[in-house]
Design a protein around this ligand. Structure first.
Ligand SMILES: [Fe+2]
Ligand SMILES: [Fe+2]
Length: 302
């Protein structure tokens, strides 16, 4: 079993290890390309015209995980007797994105503000519904009262997070999403969601919160995230505890699907880190650091 203390210690080790790599600078060039590419190049399976979409073609041909591809020139050029383009550009690693992570639940749509702090509050609010639903479903499955109560306590933590972050944003607390009408699902469906949202996403949420606790600009934000990291470590530990209880009730095939879903969730999580937007006052890591944090958090077990 993985305890909250072990998860928080792992998160802090990941944060320290990645910080030591000094990956968090603003944009820096990490590679160049100046190469002719055939329009039938397998990196761009559906090819494309060379005119208006030339830059997009090059960006796809020179896609690089966890880096931004900027195309500076694109011109038609014959490649091996066929149509092609010469792509010129650079790969940049930029700290202008951010990473957020938390527990969500299916069938629930929570409106997200356009700004980063608003999105973080909405994620915490969604987690309230996710834990209330988990508590209800665990009770229906006949799980031990200690697990049901722990899920309800997590929902209370998430309510506190909504208040803390709303106060940080200087706005009224976001209303709690409607969750009473969310259906009770099969044990397998809930096990899948718990594996992805709890064992992977909330576990990474601990790492991100631990990072923010060290890198947010204001003492108030650092204090908020230090508390959130501790709480989220308990939530992630509960996810692992619930997973063990579910595992004993799943078939071998179902357990294999859950294990595959977790591995896939780690890959998706890493991919997501490329797209979030910058908010340095909150201490959110850029894509390069965030990808490294995913690796540091899951590589040994994924
Ligand atoms: Fe939270
Ligand atoms: Fe949480």
């Amino acid at each position: 079993m993985t305890s909250a203390g072990q998860i928080l210690a792992l998160a802090r080790r990941a944060v320290t290890a990645v910080a030591a790599l000094s990956l968090g600078a603003c944009c820096r060039e990490v590679g160049r390309f100046d190469q002719a590419v055939s329009l039938t190049d397998p990196r761009v399976p559906d090819g494309g015209p060379v005119d208006a979409s030339c830059s997009q073609f090059c960006a796809r041909a020179f896609f690089r995980e966890c880096a931004r591809t900027e195309v500076s020139a694109c011109a038609a050029e014959t490649v091996d007797g066929g149509a092609g383009v010469r792509c010129t550009g650079v790969h940049l690693e930029c700290a202008q994105f951010g990473a957020v992570c938390g527990r969500r639940t299916a069938d629930l749509s929570v409106e997200r503000d356009a700004d980063k702090l608003g999105a973080l509050v909405a994620l915490e609010a969604e987690a309230i519904a996710a834990f209330e639903r988990l508590a209800k479903e665990l009770a229906c499955f006949g799980a031990p009262p200690s697990l049901v109560d722990a899920a309800r306590t997590c929902a209370e933590d998430e309510r506190a997070h909504v208040f803390m972050l709303s106060a940080l944003a200087g706005r009224a607390p976001m209303a709690e999403p409607e969750h009473e009408q969310l259906a009770v699902r099969s044990l397998f469906e809930v096990a899948l969601e718990n594996a992805v949202e709890g064992c992977v996403r909330e576990t990474f949420g601990v790492v991100i919160a631990a990072w923010q606790a060290e890198h947010a600009e204001s003492p108030a934000a650092r204090g908020c995230y230090a508390q959130i990291a501790e709480d989220e470590a308990r939530h992630a530990a509960l996810a692992h505890e619930v997973e063990a209880w579910f595992d004993a009730r799943l078939t071998e095939g179902e357990r294999a699907v859950v294990a595959l879903a977790k591995r896939t969730a780690v890959v998706s999580l890493k991919s997501e880190q490329r797209g979030a937007r910058d908010d340095s006052p909150l201490g959110l890591p850029g894509p390069v650091v965030a990808c490294a944090l995913v690796d540091a958090s899951f590589a040994p077990t994924a």
